[in-house]
Structures are given as structure tokens and as C-alpha cells.
Design a protein around this ligand. Structure first.
Ligand SMILES: Cc1cc2nc3c(=O)[nH]c(=O)nc-3n(C[C@H](O)[C@H](O)[C@H](O)COP(=O)(O)OP(=O)(O)OC[C@H]3O[C@@H](n4cnc5c(N)ncnc54)[C@H](O)[C@@H]3O)c2cc1C
Length: 559
């Protein structure tokens, strides 16, 4: 419901994905006058936008869902171990309807600018529909994978067929039967799309610059009986997720890589390869992430799997990454991805050898030849982690521009606050615990923490909160330091801010995007800050500006 009449809120939440939905639930429970804005036509974030065939979880569905309501947990039946996009979107709509949250949401509203007004101690948000909205606190739940990027080929507008980025996959079904389709990219999204459409299209050509390591998803239906068992075990399941570094049920193998024989290592890997989900990545030996030799041995095990699944040895070799080891980037999980290349109608073009020169009216041209297509799918990923922030003109104290301040990478306190940008909160921001984990587990932690923080402010009559420079520097140094032992720091991946399609994000300059200490340590750190009276955050109140409970609660204003 778009409430055109209100122009001031105590809190504005930007983004109606998993994080924004839960954030508004918590604010609504407190009766705070708040709204959520999203550029999408409806709620759901990631699961509203990414409607491409094959889009689904690689988190176990029942560990991805919200944990905050027993009633919700008892009502919702996950149908698949790794649920698909339409079902995930149905779930988020179910949550919003169950808790009557839609009335707080406004869609088709892109926040173009957010300026901190120092004199009034409030944020001024410029919306693309021409409105200016103001708020005391702005909560950015913009998503870390919500700013899609297209390649920069000449002639992209000239193509006469249909073309789209997977993020913008059309809402109505796309007829693909008999069509000549190009997929550009072989990241996590492409790996899902390619496997799903290979047997549905006429002809499929995949343009690959760098292959990714992928492992089987091993998806399965969840029967009524299994779901009943999951419901019984929910407390235990979430307790396990809270204990593990990744926020999943998968726990790392605590034995040392070199303490066990090669036979035992291979036996573990064989078992994990056949098991569902991220076990192959997260139940592995910890040395996989830090020790070149251990990583190389395991990567070779996976390379052999690829060779055994792809019939043409030349194609198989092309699908094996050479520039990074398994697991140093977020691992795509697949369902018959490698088998797709055994089909006569599927072709792999290595564009590191024969680069794409331009998109033409009828297809595209590489340095080797012309190709004709009916549909071009750009599976070219995201300006990850900070992209959605960079797309808003955010200005803090003294007119400082966040885009400039983060030119070389983000700098935050706890991934939640930015020095110089008071009253701006990020429950699942860059350098927070969310990005390197099962997101909703980190999101629930972040939203709860931020809500408690705001309650503290309201209870104590504080009207301004700003992370100190020292606290921010310490946190960012801590995040940076953790990269030093990780092989991932060398990878051309969104964990290090690499994206050849975004200026300044070329390889060579590592951006310290994610907190690599694992969920339990992150939770300990943020709780310590809270216990010490929000140490590291300067809190103040201006009596003239102080919010009386009557003006921040919904009852005081028109809803
Ligand atoms: C295809 C895909 C599959 C994934 N699968 C998994 C998985 O299995 N497990 C997992 O843990 N994570 C997964 N992720 C990560 C996923 O993004 C998170 O799980 C989660 O959905 C993030 O929720 P969010 O609310 O933080 O952000 P999002 O869901 O990205 O929502 C952010 C919202 O903010 C809005 N927004 C951004 N900027 C503006 C602006 N300027 N004005 C107005 N609105 C704005 C966007 O439109 C978007 O709707 C996946 C991501 C993708 C892309």
C-alpha cells in the first residue's frame, strides 16, 4: 500500500527482501512509525527479481526460512530440500501476509539519494517518483547481490532478438522451445540456468571466460513425514546453525587434513560429493581454505569428477578452473550441469581464447566467428556487496559522499554503522556476518541487534548515533586481517570485490567485503558491544529534537 500522504517516518527501511521484511516486522511489533521502500513491484528482494529457470536455494530450505515464529515454522511446509524461486517468493509473501506487513510497504520506489540533514538531525530521501521522505533513522537492507551488472560489449542495443540479465528475467514465461539461446557467463546463476534449459531449447551456446568449481546439489522432495520430523527438530536445527561458522547444519571436519591418510580423505570427499548441499565445501577439512597444497589435492579430486561426468575430454578440461582452487569462491551447486555438455544441442565457447567482440543485430561476434541467436541471456552477476549502496547518492556529515568514501572498499563498524553517516543502520551490511553465511541466519541476528539498539536509543531519549572513527578503523582492520590467512584473498571473485564490468573493480585491488570469522564469533563481538553500552558508537540527544514516544509511534500519526 503506497501511503502518499506521509512524508516523515521515525524509521525508513530501504529494501523489502528477507532482511527488510523481518526488520519491518520488528518495528511494527514495537508500534514504530515506519515504512519499507523497494524499487521492485512487490516484496521478496532476491526472490522477487531472479525468476530465471533453475533459480533455487543452495541453503537447505528449512535452514533458510525465518526462525523467529514457532507458529510460522509449524505452518510452512517446505516441499523440496532446496526450494525453487517461485516457492521461495510464495513463502515470503505468506510471511508478509501472516504478520500483516504489506501495509507498511511501498513498491516501485527507488531511493535515488539519501542526505543527512545535520541541522534537523534527520535523513532526507529522494525517491524516483519525485517525493522527498524524511526519517530519523534509515535502515539500509539493500541486499548484497541486488545490483546486477551487464558486460560492456559494443552493439548491445542493436540485438533484434530478446535479451535480458537473469536478475530481470521476465515475469511472463519465456518461450524457448526450438530457440537458439546464448548464455553469457558461467557463474552460480549460469550454472543453474544452463542445466535447467539445456533440454528445453533448440540450441544452447555457453560463452565462458573463466570456469567455476561446482558440485552436486543433490536435491530431493520433502515428504509430509520428513517435514513433520523437521518441525520436531527445528530448535536443534537452528541451534546447530548458530554454532557453525557458516550458519548451516554443515560442520567442518575438525580432524587435521594431514592427520588422516589420503584414503580417509578421499573416503570423506566421496561421501560428501553424494550428499546434499554445501557439505562438500563446509564439512570439509579447514585447510581447504588456507593451505595451497591441501586445496590443490582436493581441487584435483573435483576435477576428476568433472572429467568423469563430461564425455568430451576437451570440453571437460575447459570446464576445470585453473586460476583458483575449489571453495575459495562461493561454490555454485548444480543439478546435471556437467551432463548438459554431453548433449548435442549444447556448445561451449571459451571466450578467453576467442573473446566476444560485439553484439550484433542477429547475435554476436567473437574473434573467431559470427553466431546467430533468438535469445541472449546475460548471466553476468552483480556489483556485489557495495553495488546497491554505490547506486544511491548517500551523503553524510559535511556532505561527505559514501560512494567516494568507499571508492577503494567499504569501511564500517560491525558491518552495521559508518562513521560520518549518523543514524544509518545496516543489519546485513558489507563486513557484517551475513555475507559469508547462510544469509537469513545472519540477517535475523543483524535485524534483532539493530532493533534492540534502536529500542535502547528510544528508551534513553537518544536521537543521534554515530560510530566513532576509532571503532570503525578497528573493525575494518580486523576484517582485513582475517583475509590474510584465507586463499580466497587471491581469487577473482565477488568476495574480493572483483568485477571486470564495474570500473575500479578490476583484479588486483582486494576489497574487504565479508567478515570471515564465522557466525558464532560475529555474534559474540556484536553482543559484547551491546553489553558495554554500545561501545564504539557515540550516542547523543538534542533536547530540542528528542523524540517523545508519542511522535515515533504509529498511533500518533496517520497510518
Ligand atoms: C539467485 C540467488 C540465489 C541465492 N541463494 C541463496 C541461498 O540459497 N542461500 C543464501 O543464504 N543466500 C542466497 N542468496 C543471497 C540472497 O541475496 C540472500 O539470501 C537474501 O535474499 C538477501 O536478502 P536481503 O533482504 O538482504 O536482500 P535482497 O533480497 O537482495 O533485497 C534487497 C532489496 O532492496 C531493494 N533495493 C536496493 N536498492 C534500492 C534502492 N535504491 N531503492 C529501493 N529499493 C532498493 C532491491 O530491489 C531488493 O528488493 C542468493 C542470491 C541470489 C541472487
Amino acid at each position: 500500500m503506497k501511503s502518499e500522504t506521509d512524508s516523515h517516518y521515525e524509521v525508513i527501511v530501504v529494501g523489502a527482501g528477507v532482511a527488510g521484511i523481518y526488520q519491518i516486522k520488528r518495528l511494527a511489533d514495537l508500534g514504530i512509525h515506519a515504512t519499507v521502500l523497494d524499487s521492485g513491484g512487490d516484496l521478496g528482494g532476491t526472490w522477487y527479481w531472479n525468476r530465471y529457470p533453475g533459480a533455487r536455494f543452495d541453503s537447505e530450505s528449512y535452514t533458510y526460512g525465518y526462525s523467529f515464529s514457532k507458529e510460522l515454522l509449524n505452518e510452512w511446509h517446505w516441499k523440496e530440500r532446496f526450494s525453487s524461486q517461485p516457492e521461495n517468493l510464495r513463502y515470503l509473501n505468506y510471511v508478509a501476509d501472516k504478520f500483516d506487513l504489506r501495509k507498511y510497504m511501498q513498491f516501485n520506489c527507488t531511493v535515488q539519494a539519501a542526505y543527512f540533514d545535520e541541522a534537523e538531525n534527520l535523513w532526507r530521501l529522494q525517491i524516483d517518483d519525485g517525493r522527498e521522505l524524511t526519517c530519523r533513522f534509515v535502515i539500509m537492507t539493500l541486499g548484497l547481490l541486488s545490483a546486477p551488472t551487464l558486460p560492456r560489449y559494443e552493439g548491445m542495443d542493436s540485438f533484434k532478438g530478446r535479451s535480458f540479465h537473469t536478475f530481470y528475467w521476465p515475469h511472463e514465461p519465456v518461450e524457448m522451445t526450438g530457440k537458439r539461446v546464448a548464455v553469457i557467463g558461467t557463474g552460480a546463476t549460469a550454472i543453474q540456468v544452463i542445466a535447467e534449459i539445456a533440454d528445453k531449447v533448440g540450441d544452447l551456446t555457453v560463452f565462458q571466460r573463466r570456469p567455476n568449481w561446482a558440485a552436486p546439489l543433490n536435491n530431493a522432495r520433502i515428504s509430509d513425514k520428513e517435514m513433520a520430523d523437521i518441525r520436531e527438530r527445528y530448535d536443534e536445527i537452528f541451534a546447530t546453525c548458530a554454532r557453525t561458522p557458516g550458519g548451516f547444519e554443515h560442520e567442518p571436519d575438525r580432524r587435521g587434513f594431514y592427520e588422516v591418510s589420503r584414503e580417509e580423505r578421499v573416503a570423506l570427499w566421496e561421501r560428501l560429493y553424494d550428499e546434499p548441499g554445501f557439505g562438500i565445501w563446509l564439512q570439509n577439512f579447514r585447510e581447504i581454505f588456507t593451505d595451497e597444497k591441501a586445496n590443490a589435492e582436493f581441487s584435483e579430486f573435483i576435477a576428476e569428477k568433472i572429467r568423469s561426468r563430461v564425455k568430451d575430454p576437451v570440453v571437460a578440461e575447459k570446464l576445470i578452473p585453473r586460476d583458483h582452487g575449489f571453495g575459495v569462491q562461493r561454490v555454485p551447486l548444480e543439478t546435471y550441469y556437467y551432463e548438459a555438455y554431453n548433449r548435442d544441442n549444447v556448445h561451449l565457447v571459451d571466450i578467453s581464447e576467442t573473446p566476444i567482440e560485439r553484439i550484433t543485430e542477429t547475435g554476436l561476434q567473437t574473434t573467431e566467428r559470427d553466431y546467430d541467436f533468438d535469445i541472449i541471456v546475460y548471466a553476468t552477476g552483480f556489483d556485489a556487496i557495495t553495488g546497491a549502496f554505490d547506486r544511491i547518492d548517500i551523503r553524510g556529515v559535511g556532505g561527505a559522499k559514501l560512494r567516494e568514501d568507499w571508492k577503494d572498499g567499504p569501511s564500517t563498524f560491525l558491518g552495521m554503522f559508518i562513521h560520518g553517516y549518523p543514524n544509518l543502520l545496516m543489519p546485513a551490511g558489507p563486513q557484517s556476518g551475513s555475507a559469508s553465511t547462510n544469509y537469513p541466519r545472519g540477517i535475523e541476528t543483524g535485524v534483532s541487534w539493530c532493533t534492540d539498539f534502536l529500542e535502547y536509543m528510544w528508551e534513553h531519549g537518544y536521537t543521534r548515533a554515530e560510530a566513532t572513527r576509532e571503532a570503525e578503523e578497528r573493525w575494518t582492520a580486523h576484517v582485513t586481517k582475517m583475509y590474510s590467512t584465507m586463499l580466497m584473498r587471491k581469487a577473482k571473485s565477488w568476495f574480493t570485490g572483483y568485477n571486470s564490468n564495474v570500473e575500479g573493480h578490476e583484479h588486483g585491488k582486494v576489497r574487504y567485503f565479508v567478515y570471515n570469522g564465522g557466525a558464532p564469533k560475529y555474534v559474540t563481538r556484536i553482543n559484547e558491544v551491546a553489553e558495554r553500552g554500545y561501545e564504539g558508537i557515540a550516542l547523543s540527544s538534542d533536547p530540542a529534537l528528542s523524540s517523545e514516544p508519542s511522535d515515533l509511534r504509529v498511533g500518533a500519526v496517520s497510518g
